[in-house]
Design a binder for this molecule. Sequence first.
Ligand SMILES: [Cu+2]
Length: 144
Amino acid sequence: MKMKKYIVVLLGASLGIILALACQSQTEKETKVANFKIHIRAYDTKIDSLTIENFTLRNVRQLNVINEPSDLSVRVGTKVNVKIINESPISENFTIDEHNVNKTLKAGETASVSFMADKPGAYLIWCQLHPKNVHLPGSFMVFE
Ligand SMILES: [Cu+2]
């Protein structure tokens, strides 16, 4: 009789442990999702004359393209969805080499990319169509 009671308690405890483990692995498997919206914007700067500390700039014209926001960060294991809106008057590109992201958008176009942030680190977001001093790069941070 005592033995029977002991077995019932033991089975109950084992079932409790199995359930606890199952619940734990369920939450660990849960995929996090991050949604970002990035505007690619061009800034046309014209300076006829500008003097700073006896140094004069004349007839400067510079086009700069910036991803806004330029820097993204997520935790490792996050599914990343990025909506890219190209507001620049020319074609632009959005590349993260290490995550196989490479999207080119014509002027005015919108596109979406999705990928897994499966490796921790700091990665460059850059445009393959323009020099990095024209289209400023950003960063993609994946934290442990
Ligand atoms: Cu560009």
